[in-house]
Design a protein around this ligand. Structure first.
Ligand code: ATP
Length: 342
């Protein structure tokens, strides 16, 4: 049986890096013995231009009836596509790992942290009233959403370095009490995990000074969005930052970055998209009970790590000269070689 993957190519560099990720997924599924079938779901600025809406019904239907969604970056219409899908499909956990990697230049080393971001509420609920003389946006938090995201963070910390940093801005907004209380309540069920609290401004500062001391960072929607780009800069490039949007029944996997309108797409780094695919394999492997997919995810990660060691494979954002296509071909070779010798 083939698992159906809905694919949103997106805008800007999106179609190029998504094509790369698909090639890698095709190679990995063949090598590890499972089947994927891809169905394209057009969405984003190009869909708005061609069909008059950023997320046509046909695309939404394809996404909803697939086993998982692999999404490229979309441009100006991101709110109508990804923010909408996160809420519509209740993909409440946005999981964003950041790790310094051998071969990737960074001012820091030994960074290994995950941002666990609540993905359905906060200011991104987009409850707004904008007039000529005023603008209001509601920050919406519910106990249910704060509690379930805290559970994700603590479960993750339990199998990592057992530390959760709860990030809020309680000194200014009383509303964060709900988030804090939920997080500390969940923490009681995870006695082996150390909890600390941090105001978001201090968090931004500490993240630059001492990123190594963080393990799991649990925060609300907008803070998580902003801290993610900071963390991506710390580990070397947005081109390496990937994420999962997961709920109880569905997962959507995408790079953290946007459409990179300032670069030549044929030199875009596809590795964030590829690593988002790796997360998708892990999630499918776990939720469908497919061991081959879990093995494939490991093999793919190993291939990416070994590829990064050689500067000739790197795209310009990482200081190299490789094109997206060259990097992809090399990655597939490394992957297949790794599999045949394992
Ligand atoms: P958008 O409006 O779509 O969010 P943006 O330019 O505001 O686009 P990003 O696309 O996230 O934001 O890009 C931020 C910076 O990181 C840009 O200089 C971009 O070229 C670079 N960048 C992002 N992703 C990649 C990538 N995959 N490969 C190379 N450079 C990238």
């Amino acid at each position: 049986m083939a698992y159906v993957i809905s694919v949103i190519p997106g805008d800007g560099i999106g179609p190029v890096i998504v094509r790369s990720a698909r090639k890698v997924l095709e190679a990995v599924s063949e090598a590890y013995g499972f089947k994927l079938s891809f169905v394209e779901a057009l969405a984003g600025d190009s869909a708005k231009r061609d069909f008059g809406e950023p997320l046509p019904k046909d695309s939404l239907d394809k996404i909803v009836s697939s086993d998982a969604c692999l999404k490229g970056p979309v441009g100006e219409t991101a709110k109508d596509v990804v923010v909408f899908l996160r809420q519509k499909l209740d993909l409440y956990a946005n999981i964003r790992p950041f790790k310094t990697l051998p071969g990737v230049s960074s001012k820091w080393k030994d960074v290994d942290l995950v941002i666990v971001r609540e993905n359905t509420e906060d200011l991104y609920k987009c409850v707004e009233d904008v007039g000529e003389e005023y603008a209001v946006a509601l920050m919406v938090l519910t106990k249910k959403a704060c509690t379930r995201i805290a559970k994700v963070a603590f479960q993750m910390a339990e199998v990592r370095r057992k530390k959760v940093t709860v990030v809020h801005k309680i000194n200014v907004l009383r509303s964060f009490e709900l988030f804090r209380t939920a997080a500390l309540g969940v923490a009681r069920s995870y006695p082996s995990v150390t909890v600390e609290e941090m105001l978001v401004d201090n968090m931004a500062y500490q993240l630059v000074l001492n990123p190594q001391k963080f393990d799991v960072i649990l925060t609300t929607n907008m803070f998580g969005d902003i801290l993610s780009d900071e963390a991506a800069g710390i580990v070397g490039s947005l081109g390496l930052a990937y994420s999962a949007n997961v709920g109880d029944n569905f997962g959507l996997f995408e790079p953290v970055h946007g459409t990179a309108p300032d670069i030549d797409p044929s030199y875009a780094n596809p590795l964030a998209q590829v690593m988002a695919s790796k997360m998708m394999l892990e999630w499918l492997g776990r939720t469908k009970g497919n061991a081959a997919m879990l093995e494939a995810a490991k093999g793919l990660e190993g291939a990416v790590l070994s590829l990064l060691r050689s500067s000739e494979n790197l795209t310009p954002d990482l200081g190299g000269k490789a094109t997206t296509e060259n990097l992809t071909k090399k990655l597939v070779n490394v992957l297949l070689k790794g599999k045949s010798t394992s």
